[in-house]
Design a protein around this ligand. Structure first.
Ligand SMILES: Cc1cc2nc3c(=O)[nH]c(=O)nc-3n(C[C@H](O)[C@H](O)[C@H](O)COP(=O)(O)OP(=O)(O)OC[C@H]3O[C@@H](n4cnc5c(N)ncnc54)[C@H](O)[C@@H]3O)c2cc1C
Ligand code: FES
Length: 257
């Protein structure tokens, strides 16, 4: 699917927001799903790069990505300008599943892990749910989308690793403190970020008996179940599942993180 670049907006150092218009609308997108992007027309890098869909129109006529420059592929994406074209396939995978009966939801996001919640958090808040967003970043200059979540009516709590804003430490430490001080624990926790963070969120949620869904960022070559390069070990069983098809969002008790 060819997409036209509508805009490429720098967010903070090393992070940018790409807005894309597919030639044909992509159809329904579930927050947490991802696309596979061909970063250039030649062979280096050869493999497509996986990116979570961030903000999007309900019919898939436009969608956004929040990208962190990590290496060659994302470096190429950072130079795209309005009118450029990009080869994208997807959306792929299983996104977050918030049961109707969940009244309060705790979202924990680190870095570009805010992406799947850009549409989900406002939707949940508009649907009357009590939404807490815990945002983690290295410094206050690296915080992403705080205003958007506040504007959506979520209660936003910030953690920075250098203490320049909000809680001084990791977002998972902040999560532990929040859970200790809440009168009632949330009905559900949703998380996206690096694997270590997902592991810590899952452990905290399990100790507090809160159902938890985490998004895994295993390396992916195809994105649709063909290469078996992305597998995760099913907890307590001698079998594996492909993160690209069965995930990337899993119940935290389902797989080894
Ligand atoms: C489901 C999923 C959703 C993702 N969503 C986002 C997102 O919304 N925003 C964002 O900025 N990044 C996201 N990533 C990570 C992103 O895919 C990698 O940062 C990107 O592929 C790096 O490509 P590169 O060529 O720039 O870097 P490379 O030079 O290839 O590598 C730089 C670093 O990125 C890691 N990396 C490389 N390829 C992959 C890969 N296929 N999967 C995971 N990590 C990889 C490497 O281990 C290395 O640490 C997501 C990854 C997955 C699996
Ligand atoms: S990325 Fe190929 S099977 Fe998952």
């Amino acid at each position: 699917m060819q997409c036209a670049v509508i805009s490429n907006r720098p967010l903070t150092e090393g992070f940018f927001h790409l807005s894309l218009a597919p030639e044909e609308p992509m159809g329904a997108i579930t927050p947490g799903q991802f696309v596979m992007i061909r970063c250039c027309d030649f062979t280096d890098p050869l493999l497509r790069r996986p990116m979570s869909v961030a903000d999007f129109e309900p019919d898939g006529s436009r969608f956004g990505l929040i990208v962190q420059t990590a290496g060659r592929g994302t470096g190429m994406l950072s130079h795209l300008v309005e009118g450029d074209r990009l080869d994208v396939i997807g959306p792929f995978g299983q996104g977050y599943n918030v049961p109707q009966e969940a009244k309060s939801v705790m979202i924990v996001a680190g870095g570009t892990g805010v992406a799947p919640f850009m549409t989900l958090a406002p939707t949940l808040a508009a649907g009357g749910k009590n939404v807490h967003v815990l945002l983690g970043a290295r410094t206050k200059g690296h915080l992403l989308m705080e205003e958007r979540f506040l504007h959506a009516g979520a209660q936003v709590h910030v953690a920075t690793e250098d203490g320049s804003k909000g809680f001084d430490g990791l977002v998972t430490e902040l999560m532990g403190k929040q859970l200790d001080h809440m009168d009632e624990p949330p009905d559900l926790a949703l998380a996206c970020g690096p694997a270590g963070m997902m592991r810590a969120v899952a452990t905290l949620a399990e100790h507090s008996n809160i159902p938890c869904q985490v998004s895994l960022e295993n390396s992916m070559a195809c994105g649709f179940g063909a290469c078996l390069g992305c597998v995760a070990h099913v907890r307590g069983e001698e079998r594996y599942v492909t993160v690209c098809r069965k995930g990337p969002v899993f119940d935290s008790r389902e797989v080894e993180i």
